[in-house]
Design a protein around this ligand. Sequence first.
Ligand code: MN
Length: 168
Amino acid sequence: MKRNLKSITYSLLIAALLPVAAFSQTKNSTKMTNEQTTALFPKGDKLPDSYFTGNAYLKPLLAKDKNNDFAMGSVTFEPNARTIWHTHPRGQVLIVTEGAGFYQEKGKPARAIKKGDVVNIPENVEHWHGAGATTSMTHIAITNYEGDTNVIWLTPVSQEEYSAANNK
Ligand code: MN
């Protein structure tokens, strides 16, 4: 009798806990799904190989208009993807919204950047930005115009330059 009561009690306990376990599992997997799919902005369209090495995507957010003398977009770099070397005639601001990667000015060591970092890029400074070799990165880019020009594209970041940034 005592044994039966004990076993019934255990059964009840297990029966009571099972839905909790199932619920918390559902909750966790929902949370993970959300983290994977609720990026701040859509990934957008693939950027051209001529100015980007690897897979990079742009979702335009704002075009230059009568009040704002800049363009704003969300750029997503898959691992290994980066811009080529370039300058901005009136500078650029980057706000990293996801992942981690690098920003490098010519002649200086690469700076590791990650979600939450803000980079203020001076005018006419040769630089590149992009993902890490094993990490993707998304940043908002706010790029000021001088007349109709907001970027001057230069030459690709070599594999040696990119590896040096990653191995530092
Ligand atoms: Mn730039």
